[in-house]
Design a protein around this ligand. Sequence first.
Ligand code: HEM
Length: 542
Amino acid sequence: MSSSLLSHVSYPNVFGLCASIALAYVVTTAIYRLYFHPLARFPGPFWAKLSVFPSWWHTRTCDRHLWLYSLQQKYGPEFRYRPDSVVINTPTAYRTIFGPKGNVRKGEYYAVWPRTVDTVNTWSSRSVQMHARKRRVLNQAFSEKAMRSAETFIHSNVNRWLELFETMSENGDWTPTVNMADYINYLVFDILGDLCFGKCFDMKEPESTLRHIPEMMVQFLELIHPIGFAPWGSFWIWMKPRGLDALIAKYAPPAVKAWQGFVEDCLESRTKVEQELEKNPKPESEVRKDFFHWLFKAVDPETGERGYDLNELYAECELLIIAGSDTTAIVMSAMLFYLVRFPEKQAKLAQEILSTFSGFDDIKGGPKLHSCKYLTAFIQEASRMTPPVSAEPAREVLPGGTHVDGHYIPEGLNLSTGLYCLSYNDHIFPEPFSFRPERWIVSEDESEGSSAESVTLAETGFCAFSTGSRGCVGKNLAWLEMRIVLAKLLWTFEMKADPTNKLGGGDSNAREGRRVENQYQTYEMFVSGRKGPMVHLKKRLH
Ligand code: HEM
């Protein structure tokens, strides 16, 4: 009986049945996503509501920030850009989502980053409890006391960096053209090497053999970032502890293995120094007070136990170098771009620095540096126009859902703010593509500043460092570093753009989103790739 039934089921019939089931699944999923999904009321592109492909595609072209901005121009500040994700690009939404009322945790995207489950760090931890513990300890490396000791390492590196530019110029004339994106990378890595690994990398030295490291990091970001948004991203994450991590470790490119070996060697020798110090304490003045020192000694203030075990300590130090280098280098490259594109703003800033400080060595952290209003405004405007994390830091709604700008978003869906979108929202920042440090300064004179209301509004929309419990832990260090670099650079040099090479700017013939010539261009890969500017420097006569 059964064999006679089977004899009626031909292969074409089985194939047809499977195809019909698959088609029915696709059609019902599409109808659900378009009309019945909890996010169905949000506007957005048809294909992006149906599938994650458009969003993923723009990770491949490194322009997700521009894609999201183009959607904002079309649909307004609230839109759906993936079947399960919306962004709301207003100051109120930004503060609710990222602030204490957000009821969100980091999205699944972050799970692609850790090398293994044991190397989850403060930034990549998705669990709210795990993050809170790690962050309590990490905060100790950024206390006021720790920042004071960090400043020593900033100065020693910046001073040497400036000295090297001097050697490039003959007879005090203009230097040959310098690609500032590269030189800023070297500086920032050297500072962080000193702070995190107890060893300056000396990348700024012309004979350095480590100058390939920033490029290696870019390759790593370009590889991993798209996976986090890919249609197979969840499968990848599921596979990680099931053999994928081991496979990747085995077949990692030599450059990645070299980097990991380098990090481990630095950290092992630094650990020995601290362990020796525990056994044979030295006078305070002889102790090297870098991040490693503070984190090695750190105690969890809630439990009273040692803050990090050695694995965690290594993971955090590696995080700090990655999180602290590219981000700061992006904003500093943008600062340099705007300095040479707008000579009159450079002159105004130089005037402020020269009239505030009595000499090069007088430039240091403290009230004088903070009193430089134009310097602060200049850095803030460069950070607004070039937020290093330019797309949307993914957040997943927790049980109980969340209310944002009058919308209820249920558990499990993704909700965020596009940081580039908010930074170019013209209701908050009029003429968003104009570089105007004056938008951050209160003054009745329009050429000097803006009204108190518009400055307050701008402050509510300033999002480069993110905010709340997952906001940037290194914000104060970054500000200190950027202020010192810019002030010392302007004290020492005049700068001008290379007239033959406009690297870094937009181009009127480029694709939409990249046409503003005086806007510094970035390439999104979670943080932002960049090129140039090409700059000549000349020693300033005092
Ligand atoms: C201009 C400089 C910087 C900018 C604009 C910046 C921006 C940001 C942003 C937007 C986030 C949130 C990322 C997310 O939600 O995934 C973040 C987090 C973080 N930043 Fe920064 N950052 C800068 C410099 C630094 C520096 C110098 C350090 C340390 C050396 C640092 C360490 C971190 C860490 C550890 C986190 C993760 C915090 C957590 O999840 O609790 N950043 N930063």
